[in-house]
Design a protein around this ligand. Sequence first.
Ligand SMILES: Cc1cc2nc3c(=O)[nH]c(=O)nc-3n(C[C@H](O)[C@H](O)[C@H](O)COP(=O)(O)OP(=O)(O)OC[C@H]3O[C@@H](n4cnc5c(N)ncnc54)[C@H](O)[C@@H]3O)c2cc1C
Length: 310
Amino acid sequence: MENQKNYSLIIIGAGPAALTASIYASRYRLDHLVIGESLGGLAFEAHKICNFPTEQEISGMEIVEKMKKHVKSLGTSLLLDKVINVEQKKEAFKILTRSGKIFLAKTLLLAVGTKRRQLNLPNESKFIGKGVSYCATCDAMFYQGKTVAVVGGSDSANTASLYLAEIAKKVYQIYRKNKLRGETAWVNQVVTNKKIEVIYNTEVIGLDGKEKLEKIILSKPYKGQTELAIDGLFIEIGTIPQKNLINKLSLETDEKGYIRVTPDQKTSHSGIWAAGDITTASNNFHQIITACSEGAIAAEDIFKFLQNSK
Ligand SMILES: Cc1cc2nc3c(=O)[nH]c(=O)nc-3n(C[C@H](O)[C@H](O)[C@H](O)COP(=O)(O)OP(=O)(O)OC[C@H]3O[C@@H](n4cnc5c(N)ncnc54)[C@H](O)[C@@H]3O)c2cc1C
């Protein structure tokens, strides 16, 4: 351990919060490393982003590519790997990755985001990749001219339906409440799109098919039927926090598992900050711009902390 490099900062995650924190850390000349399992995180999965300043309309892939380019232009190392353990050693945090790499750091920033919520139906896992998807941007092209359904009523469900309507023959959007929520601009486009049929006050309670998904079972009849024949089901019912590292570090969270942070993004553990969708900050508004903002605030506070501890 004595011979190993001890970074000033290791950022865990490679989504908007992490990448922004890295840009700020580079500008502060903080010797740091970014370790993320997937580049761009959930932002990569967004089909169309129309609410990020300077970008009237941009895909998730494009915005992530721009962020990566910015990070790399400042000379930062970006390692695609999963952090599977973090231990507090006397002089540093010791980080172990899935590929077996070990790193040391004086401070840590957790920007690990959230993961997609599942419907938790008995055979849901069996149909993943065989008709069930959690990412319209990734999988829509497999449903050219076919009939699909989207579950959910939020922005990600609404934008998934709109994107699928460009490719599929027919899109059902199934929502358990009586009104879609999220940005009015998206809601208006969904309800006026001729290819999209919204089924309100209804849940998907079963999946059926031999080798692949063939039909879904609805909680109440729609046009007299509780079974709906479809080729693909896109589940867009929100996200849940990535809890592994939080539990390992015994960080304080709210009742849903989001990391509690101070206004300067400090966690309950000295030397560890958190930013982005994984935190209780920004009024729990989970967006790219709020993730970026939290990443910037965290990097600035880490810089001050390291300056003061010299
Ligand atoms: C379909 C969809 C559409 C969206 N559309 C918009 C939109 O139009 N506008 C908008 O502002 N927001 C949108 N969002 C929300 C936006 O994507 C998120 O708010 C944003 O990505 C959060 O950034 P983050 O960095 O906090 O987390 P994430 O983007 O989720 O990134 C988390 C990162 O942590 C990594 N990670 C997790 N665990 C580990 C580990 N153990 N080791 C290493 N790395 C780890 C992940 O691989 C990932 O790189 C959308 C989301 C979805 C799903």
